[in-house]
Design a protein around this ligand. Structure first.
Ligand code: SAM
Ligand code: SF4
Length: 330
C-alpha cells in the first residue's frame, strides 16, 4: 500500500498515542497545580479502538508506536494494551514514556506483554528540587522504578528525559550527567517548549542544549557526537572516556521539523499532525460510526496531507497549540 506521506514529502513512520489525559504528577512545565478537567470515560478510546487504528496505520507503513499521556501507567490494565499492540504486524518498535512513579510495579508485566523500550522522565536527583518541579515528593519511587526496569535487558536503551528550564536545571545537570556515567541510561535534555498549561513559558526560560553541553564539557571535556537516525529528535553524544551517553533534544534552538516522521493520537481519538497543531482530525467518531478500514485510510491520508511544515515557536506572532502537553501526549 502507498505509504503515508505529507505534502512536504515526509513519510510518516511513527505514532505517539496518549492513553489518558490524567496524571499523578503536576510538573510545572506541563500541568497546572490544580483545576484541569479530565476527559470522561466514554470519551477515551478503548484498547480495541486504539489497536484497530494502529493496525490501519501499520498497513500504511507506521512502524513505531510510543505510548504516552498524561501518565500512561495510570490507565488501568495498560499491559493488556501493550500486548495487543505488540501483536500488530508491522509494529517493530513499541515504547512507553512514563514519569516512572508506578514502574516498580509495572516493569515486569510490561516486558512480558512485549514492551521494547522505555523513556522515564526525571528532572532532578535532589528530593527538594524534584518535588519543586513535579509538585510531588516521589523521587524515591521513580528511582525504584528505574532500578526495577534495569533488571530487564529487553528494555534497552532506557532513556531518562529531563526538561531543561533556565534557572532550574543548571544545578541539576552535573548529577544527571553522572547518572548517565554510572547507569545504563541515556540521559537526554529536552528544551522547554510553550506547551505548559499555565502558559508561563517565555523564550528566556529555555535552557538550550548548547548551554547544557557547555556546562558538561566544562567538567568532563569535549563530548563526542554519535551518529543518529535521520528522523531522530535527539543529537547523541558520549563522554570522551566512553562511559555514558547523553542526548540533546533541541526543538527550540535547533528545530528538526524537516525530518519529522511523527503523528499523534490524543486519548480522545483526535489525530494531531504536530505538537503545535491548532487543528485536530477526529478519528473517534468515524471509528464508532462503523467506518471501514479503507475509509479510515482515506481520513488518515487527508489529515497527513495537512501536516504542518514546521512549528513556529521562534516566529513573531507564534500562537500556542490548542491544548497543553498532558492533554496532547508528549
Ligand atoms: N507523564 C509521562 C512523562 O512525564 O514521561 C508521559 C507524558 S509527558 C507529557 C511526555 C514528555 O513530555 C515528558 O518527558 C515530559 O517531561 C515532556 N514535557 C512535558 N511538558 C513539556 C514542555 N512544556 N516542554 C518540553 N517537554 C515537556
Ligand atoms: Fe504528568 Fe508527564 Fe506532564 Fe509531568 S510531564 S505532569 S508526569 S504528564
Amino acid at each position: 500500500m502507498e505509504p503515508l506521506r505529507d505534502s512536504w514529502g515526509r513519510e510518516i513512520k511513527s505514532v505517539r498515542i496518549s492513553v489518558t489525559d490524567k496524571c499523578n504528577f503536576r510538573c510545572t512545565y506541563c500541568m497546572p497545580a490544580e483545576g484541569l478537567e479530565w476527559l470522561g470515560r466514554d470519551e477515551i478510546l478503548s484498547f480495541e479502538e486504539i489497536t484497530r487504528l494502529v493496525r490501519v496505520l501499520a498497513r500504511l507503513g507506521v512502524e513505531e508506536v510510543r505510548l504516552t499521556g498524561g501518565e500512561p501507567l495510570v490507565r488501568r490494565d495498560l499491559p493488556v494494551l501493550v500486548e495487543m499492540l505488540a501483536g500488530v504486524d508491522g509494529v517493530d518498535d513499541l515504547s512507553l514514556t512514563t514519569n516512572g512513579v508506578l514502574l516498580d510495579r509495572f516493569a515486569e508485566p510490561l516486558v512480558e506483554a512485549g514492551l521494547k523500550r522505555l523513556n522515564v522522565s526525571l528532572d532532578s536527583l535532589n528530593h527538594v528540587r524534584f518535588a519543586e518541579i513535579t509538585r510531588r515528593d516521589a523521587l524515591d519511587a521513580v528511582l525504584r522504578g528505574l532500578e526495577e526496569a534495569e533488571r530487564y535487558p529487553e528494555l534497552r536503551p532506557i532513556k531518562v528525559n529531563c526538561v531543561a528550564v533556565k534557572g532550574f536545571t543548571e544545578t541539576e545537570v552535573p548529577a544527571l550527567a553522572e547518572l548517565a556515567r554510572r547507569k545504563p541510561y541515556v540521559v537526554r535534555f529536552i528544551e522547554f517548549m510553550p506547551l505548559d498549561a499555565d502558559e508561563a513559558w517565555r523564550e528566556d526560560d529555555v535552557l538550550t542544549g548548547g548551554e547544557i553541553r557547555a556546562i558538561i564539557e566544562d567538567r568532563y571535556g569535549p563530548l563526542e557526537e554519535l551518529p543518529a537516525k535521520a528522523s531522530s529528535t535527539a543529537r547523541r553524544f558520549r563522554f570522551a572516556d566512553g562511559a555514558g551517553e547523553l542526548g540533546f533534544v533541541n526543538p527550540v534552538s535547533e528545530p528538526f521539523c524537516s525530518t519529522c516522521d511523527r503523528i499523534r493520537l490524543t486519548a480522545d481519538g483526535q489525530l494531531r499532525t504536530c505538537l503545535f497543531s491548532r487543528r485536530e482530525w477526529d478519528l473517534k467518531q468515524p471509528l464508532r460510526d462503523g467506518a471501514s478500514d479503507d475509509e479510515l485510510v482515506e481520513l488518515l491520508r487527508f489529515a497527513v496531507r495537512h501536516k504542518e511544515l514546521k512549528h513556529r515557536i521562534n516566529d513573531p506572532g507564534f500562537v500556542r497549540a490548542s491544548r497543553s502537553m498532558s492533554q496532547i501526549g508528549g
